[in-house]
Design a binder for this molecule. Structure first.
Ligand code: ADP
Ligand code: MG
Length: 511
C-alpha cells in the first residue's frame, strides 16, 4: 500500500518534470543561489536560443542587456526575490543572437524544509507582441483624441466666434455712438447695451472655463434652498411675461458643498433652456428637496443622502438622439447665434466636479425635467442654528432698467445680502409692506413716475427703521436741487463698482 502510493508520487513527479521541460510557451528554468543556470526547458530554448548544454552552468545575467548588467540589475533581482519571497518584472532581455525581446519575468526562491535557500525558479514570457499592440493602441487613441480636440475647436470657431463677434459689434457701435451723441438719454442707453454685451461675453467665458475645467470650484457648504430663493429675481427676469416661474423649495435647510456662482450659472442655463423650449409660453418649475438615493439610481452615484434640484418645463422636449448628445460641449439644435451648446455641458461639468450627478427626463411634445444631485452635507445641529441666527440682511433693490437691476442683484447677492427687487416705486412700496424684515432700500433716482427721491421720502415716513441708499448717474447737486443730500439719504454715483458699494454700505451700517 505504502510502497504503491510512493511510486505513484514518483510517477507524478516524473510526469511533472517532463511537462515543465516540454512547455514551449514559457521559459522555465532554475538557478543556483548564486544565479547559475541549473535546468533549462524547451520554452527557454525557444525564446532565448540557447541549447541546454550551452547555457547550463553559466550565470543568468547573460540574458540582461549590457546597461542593465552595468547597473547590477541581475544581482538585485535575486536579492529582491530572496528577501521578499518573489520578484516580478518586465523589461528588455537579450537572446543568444543579440536581438531583444520584451519579457515578463517571475522569480521565486526555492527553500528546503529548514528554510535554507536552494536556488530560484524563473518563469519568463515573451510579451513583445502584446507590448507592441498596447503601444499601437495608445498611439491610435492619441490620434483620435487630437482629432476630437480639433473637431471641438472647429465647432468653437463656428459657434462661439460668431457670438463674440456680435458682442464686439455691439461694443464697437456703442463706442462710435458715444463719441458723437450728445443726448444723455441716448448715451445712458448705449452704455447699458454695451454693459449687457460685455456681461454676456463674460458669462460665455465662464462657461468656456468651466468646460475646459480650468476654473477651480470654490466649494463651500450652503443651503441650496436659500441660494435659489435669493437668485429668484434673476431667474424671473430670464423668463418672458407669457411664462410662469414656480419655485417649490423644501422649507428645511438643504446643505450641500457647492460653488455658488457656478450653481447659479447652472440654474440660469437650465431656466434659459426651459424658456427656449416653450416659444408659446408655459410653466418653468424649480424644485429643491432632500432625497435618499439607492446605489445606481442615478448614473454611478453611490447610495446616500443628496440634495436634488429639478428644473422642469412643459416645452417641446428632446428626441432620444438629442437627449443622448445634449450635455456634449458645443452640441446645440438652436440656430447660429442663439445657442452655444455649452449650457448643459456647464451644468454637467458642475455636477461631476461636485461629486454629484445629472439626469435628463424628456419626452417630445411633453416637456423636460433636468435633475441635478449634490451630495448632502451633515451639519452639526449648532451650526444649523448659527446659520439661522446670522441670516443675511434683506435689501430691496429698485431700478426701472432690467439690466442694471440684474447687475445690482448680482453685486448684493455676492456681498451676502438677501435680495428682493422691484421695477418702480409703487412696486417697491408694495414689497416693503409685504416684507417687514427689509433692512435696506437701494433705489435708482431717475425713474418714470415716482422718482427714487419721492420713494425715499415715503419710506422714511412709513418705515423709519429702513436705511435708504439712492443711486444716480447725475452728480449730487443735480438731485432735485440737492433735496436728497439735504435730507441725508446715502448717495452712490452710477455706475458704481463693487468697492463703491461696500464703502457706502459700510457707512450705512448702524453704529
Ligand atoms: P444651447 O442651449 O446653447 O443649445 P445647451 O447645452 O444648453 O446648449 O443644450 C443643448 C441642447 O439640448 C439644446 O440645443 C436643445 O436641443 C436641448 N435641450 C436642452 N434643454 C432643453 C429643454 N429644456 N427642452 C428641450 N430641449 C432641450
Ligand atoms: Mg442652453
Amino acid at each position: 500500500m505504502q510502497q504503491n502510493s510512493l511510486s505513484v508520487v514518483d510517477v507524478e513527479a516524473e510526469r511533472f518534470r517532463h511537462f515543465i521541460v516540454s512547455v514551449t510557451d514559457y521559459a522555465i528554468y532554475t538557478l543556483s543561489p548564486e544565479g547559475i543556470v541549473v535546468t533549462w526547458n524547451a520554452g527557454a530554448q525557444r525564446f532565448k536560443g540557447y541549447h541546454p548544454e550551452e547555457i547550463i552552468g553559466r550565470h543568468f545575467s547573460v540574458f540582461y542587456t549590457d546597461e542593465e548588467q552595468a547597473r547590477g540589475r541581475p544581482a538585485r533581482a535575486l536579492e529582491l526575490a530572496r528577501t521578499s519571497g518573489k520578484f516580478e518584472d518586465e523589461g528588455w532581455r537579450v537572446r543568444k543572437d543579440g536581438t531583444r525581446f520584451w519579457a515578463s519575468v517571475v522569480l521565486d526562491p526555492i527553500r528546503d524544509d529548514a528554510g535554507e535557500l536552494l536556488g530560484f525558479t524563473k518563469i519568463t514570457r515573451d510579451i513583445t507582441e502584446r507590448r507592441n499592440a498596447a503601444e499601437e493602441l495608445e498611439r491610435a487613441r492619441e490620434v483620435l483624441f487630437q482629432s476630437q480636440k480639433l473637431e471641438a475647436v472647429g465647432k468653437l470657431t463656428g459657434g462661439i466666434a460668431h457670438d463674440f463677434n456680435n458682442l464686439l459689434n455691439v461694443v464697437m457701435n456703442g463706442l462710435d455712438l458715444l463719441r458723437v451723441a450728445p443726448d444723455p438719454a441716448i448715451r445712458a442707453k448705449t452704455l447699458d447695451t454695451m454693459e449687457r454685451a460685455a456681461q454676456r461675453g463674460a458669462s460665455l467665458i465662464q462657461q468656456l472655463l468651466t468646460f475646459a475645467r480650468q476654473q477651480p470650484l470654490l466649494q463651500e457648504t450652503h443651503d441650496i434652498g436659500r441660494i435659489i430663493r435669493s437668485f429668484e429675481a434673476v431667474l424671473r427676469r430670464a423668463v418672458p411675461s407669457g411664462m410662469r416661474l414656480q419655485l417649490q423649495l423644501q422649507p428645511e435647510v438643504l446643505p450641500a458643498m457647492i460653488d455658488v456662482t457656478q450653481f447659479e450659472a447652472a440654474l440660469l442655463n437650465l431656466v434659459v433652456n426651459a424658456r427656449d423650449a416653450m416659444p408659446d409660453g408655459g410653466v418653468v418649475q424649480v424644485d429643491a428637496a432632500a432625497v435618499q438615493l439607492e446605489a445606481g439610481e442615478v448614473e454611478q452615484l453611490p447610495a446616500g443622502a443628496y440634495v436634488r434640484v429639478v428644473v422642469r418645463d412643459t416645452g417641446e422636449g428632446m428626441s432620444p438622439e438629442t437627449q443622448l448628445r445634449a450635455v456634449e460641449p458645443f452640441f446645440t439644435t438652436k440656430e447660429v447665434g442663439k445657442g452655444t451648446g455649452l449650457g448643459l455641458s456647464q451644468v454637467y461639468g458642475l455636477a461631476q466636479q461636485s461629486q454629484g450627478g445629472l439626469k435628463i427626463d424628456s419626452r417630445v411634445g411633453e416637456g423636460t425635467a433636468i435633475e441635478l444631485y449634490f451630495p448632502a452635507v451633515e451639519l452639526p445641529v449648532d451650526r444649523l442654528a448659527a446659520s439661522h441666527e446670522f441670516a443675511a440682511e434683506k435689501v430691496l433693490l429698485v431700478d426701472d432698467q432690467p439690466d442694471v437691476l440684474e447687475t445690482a442683484i448680482g453685486l448684493f447677492s455676492h456681498l451676502g445680502y438677501d435680495v428682493l427687487s422691484a421695477n418702480d416705486g409703487p412696486q417697491a412700496l408694495e414689497t416693503l409692506r409685504r416684507h417687514s424684515d427689509i433692512a435696506i432700500l437701494f433705489s435708482d433716482v431717475v425713474m418714470p413716475g415716482m422718482s427714487g427721491v419721492d420713494l425715499a421720502h415715503i419710506v422714511r415716513q412709513e418705515f423709519p427703521a429702513i436705511r435708504v441708499i439712492l443711486a444716480s448717474g447725475y452728480n449730487q447737486s443735480a438731485l432735485e436741487g440737492g433735496k436728497a443730500s439735504a435730507d441725508n439719504f446715502d448717495l452712490i454715483a452710477k455706475p458704481y463698482r463693487l468697492s463703491d458699494l461696500i464703502k457706502t454700505l459700510g457707512a450705512a451700517q448702524p453704529g
